[in-house]
Design a protein around this ligand. Sequence first.
Ligand code: SF4
Ligand code: FES
Length: 238
Amino acid sequence: MSEEYVQLTIDGTPISVPTGTTLLDAAKDVDVDVPVICYFAHTTANGLCRLCVVEVEGARMLQAACVTTVQEDSVVHTRSPKVERARRTILEMLVSTVDISESPELQELVVDYECYPERFEGGKKRQPAIIDDNPVYLRDYSQCVMCWRCVQVCADDAQFSYALNFSGRGFDTQIATFFDKPLPETTCVFCGNCIGVCPTGALKAKREHLIEQGVAPEKVMEFTRLKGKKKKSHNSAG
Ligand code: SF4
Ligand code: FES
């Protein structure tokens, strides 16, 4: 069966793409880079952050490009004043409460969109100290942008471990384990997928962190060795 195609215009360039293509992928085809935070090519797109919004002529609202599919004869603007204002506000709100010091891509966007996060001074996330409860990785949720990627790879998108989810509300919302248990007491298998998909420094391999701190290699190995459970001897009583 031959594939059906949709004709549309993106930033003045006519394009024809297969039905079902997202606006994000269609924009890539005409070399237009739409910024994203929560979208990741290997996890399910949920349209959470809205940074990827674009203007589609005739549509009532801006559309999240990562989850909106192309429509015949659409006229799409990826950097109109409306789009710029929306992205700037999203970035300002995010940066006013999240530490982006280890996120060069977000820092570039803040400059590009001429953000002024100071105008959202006020409520802040109340974050615990860095969580160091296992030999494999550290969690610093003051750098978490709630993109949901770690939760998805821990669940149906990859590992099926379901060790992570979110807890709290408002400024207290954060990724957490069930009942805030230390990771070794959860279903986590330390696959490292969550570290791999985290777009900020919120999840970091402990070895990387210790090396950055100048810890000697032999100590790094000692601090990051997984201690296996002792096998029960068959001869032991009880
Ligand atoms: S910890 Fe990282 S991957 Fe998980 S939600 Fe926060 S920023 Fe996203
Ligand atoms: S990247 Fe599209 S909603 Fe986050």
